[in-house]
Design a protein around this ligand. Structure first.
Ligand SMILES: *[C@@H]1O[C@H](CO)[C@@H](O)[C@H](O)[C@H]1NC(C)=O
Ligand SMILES: *[C@@H]1O[C@H](CO)[C@@H](O)[C@H](O)[C@H]1NC(C)=O
Ligand SMILES: *[C@@H]1O[C@H](CO)[C@@H](O)[C@H](O)[C@H]1NC(C)=O
Ligand SMILES: *[C@@H]1O[C@H](CO)[C@@H](O)[C@H](O)[C@H]1NC(C)=O
Ligand SMILES: *[C@@H]1O[C@H](CO)[C@@H](O)[C@H](O)[C@H]1NC(C)=O
Ligand SMILES: *[C@@H]1O[C@H](CO)[C@@H](O)[C@H](O)[C@H]1NC(C)=O
Ligand SMILES: *[C@@H]1O[C@H](CO)[C@@H](O)[C@H](O)[C@H]1NC(C)=O
Ligand SMILES: *[C@@H]1O[C@H](CO)[C@@H](O)[C@H](O)[C@H]1NC(C)=O
Ligand SMILES: *[C@@H]1O[C@H](CO)[C@@H](O)[C@H](O)[C@H]1NC(C)=O
Length: 877
């Protein structure tokens, strides 16, 4: 129609253009006037109707060309349709347009008209379509609605229409489309609706207060193609009269409170059905086995002789069916097997029911199939080869069923496959190769009995982000290349995997996703891949290369060493030199003598009593660095100048070309390790908190405030000394500055204080100190030693980080790990908070650890609550 109109204009306009207004006929002028009157009562914030004007000087536009106006040619030019949707209009809908004698369509949808239903529009005697959808229309539907006698399409959806649906609605005999969805209607559907025999679309969805049974007269509407009753308050059974809905294409009853069985009635109306959704109700019973499988249905219908007046062989062929959604109900019995082979079926959702049955090989005929969700049922049998032949399948979710056997080799062949969840079935055998499914995002095979290796082809699936292979019987290595993927979840726990875990998989994820594989090793795991044995066969070439490099290095080092040996012999015959920053009455010879006579206390620290009665602590270091004595003195001085109330003072040092003795002030109470493991008086919680805070502050001082910025790099409870007031004194910090990086690395053996990334990251970072600090915090909170021989096992040492995490995971009670010797109602909450900080600090991923300043702030928060609430008992909830 629009086309022919334009055609006509293009012929007439060249002649009439200059004399436009004079050539406008009387009726055209009338129409124009009516439109302008209609416009005057409308608010138009976007000026969408600015072209609706007869005064526009430059180029006056024929009103048939105005925004939203369509004209009809017969008998002459008349406005037939006004479509002003989505223009932010508000104001009054004037009935002046009812003077347009040929107006049939009025669409004011998606605007802001805020008023009751404009009944005066019933004056528009020719109006066939009234679309007021998505406005702010309020109030009830009055009986006078029946005056819209010519209406064929009434769309009042998505407004605030309330009250009961009036009986008189049934007088709109011409109605073909009635959409009252998404309103606030109440009561039930009046029986008069059954008289609307021309209805093609009936939408009463999303009316929460429309609480009633589905009236059986709906079944009389045999022209109905769309019946949308979802998300309302319908309860009771689906009426058997639905058998009469032979034209039905879309049936949506989801999210109601429907009960009973659907079978017979639905089956009957399946003939032309494109979409069936009865999901999320309380429906039960079983579907007759013949549903949607043409032939058998002849038998079905003959036996259950209840389909009044229907041709038996037309039932249930379902040749048009695209969606079948029956999920979240209580259906049981055999799943209609014919459904799997329908030519147009796209979506099958039957999850959370109690269906039995299997997926037939003929599923390959369902070439349009995109989505299958049948989780949490009792499906069984094997996955057929036919499934892998479907090229449109993007989701296959069948977890929690009783499927078994081996997956067919082509299981993952659909090129658009994105989501696969077949967890918790009884699958066995190998995981097939994944070659074609480059779009796979999520794969869950958990809780089956898969054997063999993790297919390396997984690493080629670049968008794979969710991989759950947990709880199977997989063996072998975790493919190295998997670490190139960007996983949000990677769970291979409880398999029989072995060997080194690829680095970024260890560091990027909590270790619990690897648990239950005793053969796996890597930082943060029970085994830390001591030798390269396991990775040797895999990366044999690399290892060999490494070996060669090592040999070369060793050779070079020994050459350098022997050269240095000779040189040093010549240079430093004189032996000991010393430098004191504190008036110590001590000569190098005395020191040497005393050192020979005593043995180190704790860790490589000698406590010596001077003739003056003073006590000093001496730390012995190997001097393997080739720097001048001047440079060495400068280095030690840098560290000795640190002054903080929580650092141990360096009183001086002695050195030869082979050894360095660092002299520290002596602290009364030994090391934190000693105090924690002594059987006697326990450090109370407030003291422990003070120690934690002091240590954190000292660490922050040396790394942030002191210039040059230094890292501790060797924090342990043996290096935290306590003075007579139990004020902590950090010692042994920044020794790398004195002995040099290489020697430092050999002095420091990896322990459970060492952050996991230390093994491969060359650069020392604050995060590593934070990790060590976290381990100390764990010792303070649990009262356990960071490392000790594990009970029962011989020789294996217990890593406190793992121990605590395991315990928390197992028992779900963090309170379990707290030091029972000092635990009280008063301090439990604070200890738990501190435990949280400790766990954060010992995060496997360095970036996840808090900064020292954040740690201090958190600890200060806790300790301020200690000082104010020590006497208060916690209020029990
Ligand atoms: C524009 O329309 C109004 C209302 O119909 C009419 O009074 C006026 O004369 C028209 N102006 C022109 C320029 O045609
Ligand atoms: C039209 O309405 C939309 C939705 O409320 C709003 O975001 C937009 O700003 C409005 N435009 C004008 C010009 O008023
Ligand atoms: C009507 O619209 C068409 C297409 O937008 C345009 O070519 C024609 O000039 C317009 N006619 C008038 C009278 O404005
Ligand atoms: C009414 O308008 C809305 C929004 O513009 C549209 O989605 C809907 O299909 C229309 N109703 C009918 C019955 O055409
Ligand atoms: C379904 O019925 C229950 C009570 O039987 C009621 O609480 C619930 O709101 C109903 N749901 C709907 C969508 O009407
Ligand atoms: C119908 O059912 C009978 C017995 O139930 C069976 O013998 C017959 O083969 C069936 N016919 C068809 C066409 O399936
Ligand atoms: C499994 O389906 C049943 C209904 O058959 C339902 O009651 C149950 O909640 C579902 N389980 C899960 C985990 O959704
Ligand atoms: C796979 O299915 C299991 C069990 O139904 C469910 O817990 C899990 O969340 C599903 N995984 C995904 C990625 O949907
Ligand atoms: C990993 O898998 C195990 C075993 O199936 C399970 O217990 C654990 O909750 C899973 N972890 C995550 C984060 O899904």
């Amino acid at each position: 129609m629009a086309k022919s109109f334009k055609h006509q204009l293009s012929i007439s306009l060249p002649f009439t253009f200059l004399f436009f207004f004079t050539t406008l006929s009387f009726t055209e002028n009338e129409e124009l006037g009516n439109l302008l009157r209609f416009k005057t009562s409308i608010n138009d914030p976007k000026n969408s109707l600015s072209g609706w004007s007869n005064t526009s000087s430059s180029s006056p536009t024929h009103h048939c060309n105005w925004t939203g106006i369509t004209c009809t040619r017969a008998p002459s030019l008349y406005v037939s349709s006004i479509n002003l949707q989505s223009l932010n209009l508000s104001g009054e809908i004037s009935d002046s347009i009812c003077n347009l004698p040929y107006l049939t369509h009025l669409d004011l949808s998606q605007n802001f008209f805020n008023q009751p239903i404009p009944l005066h529009l019933s004056r528009c005697l020719t109006l066939e379509t009234l679309n007021l959808s998505t406005n702010l229309i309020w109030g009830p539907i009055p009986d006078q609605i029946s005056e819209f006698s010519s209406l064929q399409v009434l769309d009042l959806s998505s407004n605030h229409v309330e009250g009961k649906i009036p009986e008189d609605l049934g007088l709109l005999f011409n109605l073909q489309v009635l959409n009252l969805g998404s309103n606030l209607l109440t009561g039930s559907v009046p029986s008069s609706v059954g008289k609307l025999s021309d209805l093609v679309v009936l939408d009463l969805s999303e009316n929460r207060y429309l609480v009633s049974e589905i009236p059986s007269f709906i079944g009389k509407l045999d022209k109905l193609e769309e019946l949308l009753l979802h998300r309302s308050g319908f309860h009771g059974e689906i009426p058997t009269s639905f058998v009469g809905l032979t034209s039905l294409r879309i049936l949506d009853l989801c999210l109601n409170n429907l009960t009973g069985e659907v079978t017979r009635s639905i089956v009957a109306s399946l003939k032309n059905l494109v979409s069936l959704d009865v999901s999320q109700n309380k429906l039960s019973g079983s579907f007759p086995s013949g549903v949607c499988s043409g032939k058998k249905l002849i038998n079905l219908s003959l036996h259950s002789n209840s389909f009044d007046g229907l041709l038996p062989n037309s039932i249930g062929e379902c040749l048009s069916l695209e969606r079948f959604q029956v999920q979240n109900n209580g259906f049981s019995g055999g799943f209609p097997v014919g459904l799997w082979s329908l030519p147009k079926i796209k979506i099958v959702r039957a999850d959370n029911n109690r269906f039995t049955g299997h997926v037939p090989d003929s599923v390959s005929l369902a070439s349009a199939l995109e989505q299958v969700e049948i989780d949490n049922n009792s499906f069984s049998g094997e996955i057929p080869h036919g499934l892998g032949l479907i090229k449109n399948l993007y989701k296959f979710s069948a977890s929690e069923n009783e499927f078994g056997g081996e997956l067919p080799p082509n299981f993952f062949d659909s090129p658009v496959l994105s989501i696969v969840n077949i967890s918790h079935n009884k699958f066995l055998g190998k995981i097939p190769e994944l070659k074609s499914c480059k779009k796979l995002v999520s794969l869950s095979l958990a809780g089956n009995a898969f054997t063999g290796e993790i297919p390396p082809s997984l690493a080629d699936l670049h968008v794979l982000t969710y991989l759950d292979l947990s709880d199977n019987k997989l063996t072998g290595l975790i493919p190295q290349d998997l670490q190139n993927l960007n996983f949000a979840l990677f769970n291979v726990s409880f398999n029989r995997l072995s060997g080194a875990v690829p680095h970024s998989l260890v560091t990027g994820l909590p270790a619990s996703f690897l648990q239950g594989n005793p053969g796996l090793c890597g930082p943060g795991l029970a085994n830390s891949c001591s030798s390269d044995q396991s990775s040797f066969h895999k990366t044999g070439v690399k290892a060999l290369l490494l070996l060669l490099i090592c040999l070369a290095l060793a050779l070079a080092t020994s050459l350098v060493m022997s050269y240095r040996y000779y040189r040093k012999k010549l240079q430093f015959k004189s032996g000991w030199q010393s430098e004191f920053y504190y008036p110590l009455r001590l000569t190098e010879h005395e020191l040497m003598k005393m050192m020979n006579e005593s043995s180190p206390s704790g860790s490589e620290v000698y406590v010596l009593s001077l003739s003056s009665g003073e006590l000093i602590a001496v730390k012995k270091l190997v001097n393997s660095r080739n720097i001048s004595s001047k440079a060495l003195k400068a280095e030690v001085r840098t560290i000795a100048k640190i002054r903080h109330k929580n650092t141990t003072r360096i009183l001086g040092f002695c050195f030869t070309d082979e050894l360095i003795f660092l002299i520290y002030e002596y602290t009364q109470n030994g090391s934190l390790r000693d105090m924690l493991s002594s059987p006697g008086d326990q450090l109370q919680w407030s003291v422990r908190l003070k120690i934690a805070l002091g240590v954190a502050q000292a660490l922050a001082y040396i790394s942030k405030d002191y210039v040059p910025h230094l890292l501790h790099r060797n924090l342990k409870s043996t290096n935290i000394l306590l003075d007579k007031d139990f004020e902590p004194k950090l010692s042994d910090f920044a020794l790398d500055q004195i002995v040099g990086e290489t020697a430092f690395q050999s002095v420091i053996h990896a322990s459970c204080y060492t952050a996991p990334e230390n093994n491969y990251s060359k650069k020392a970072t604050e995060e590593m100190d934070v990790y060590s600090f976290g381990v100390v915090l764990l010792e303070l909170v649990t009262g356990q030693r960071a490392e000790k021989a594990e009970e029962g096992t011989s020789g294996e040492s217990l890593d406190i980080v793992k121990h605590v995490r395991r315990k928390i995971n197992l028992t779900n009670g963090a309170a379990q790990v707290l030091d029972q010797k000092i635990l009280s109602n008063t301090c439990q909450a604070d200890m738990l908070k501190t435990l949280d900080i400790a766990l954060d600090c010992t995060a496997v991923v360095a970036e996840k650890r808090p900064s020292l300043l954040q740690v201090i702030k958190a600890l200060e928060g806790i300790s301020s609550s200690v000082s104010t609430s020590t006497e208060k008992l916690p209020v029990s909830a």
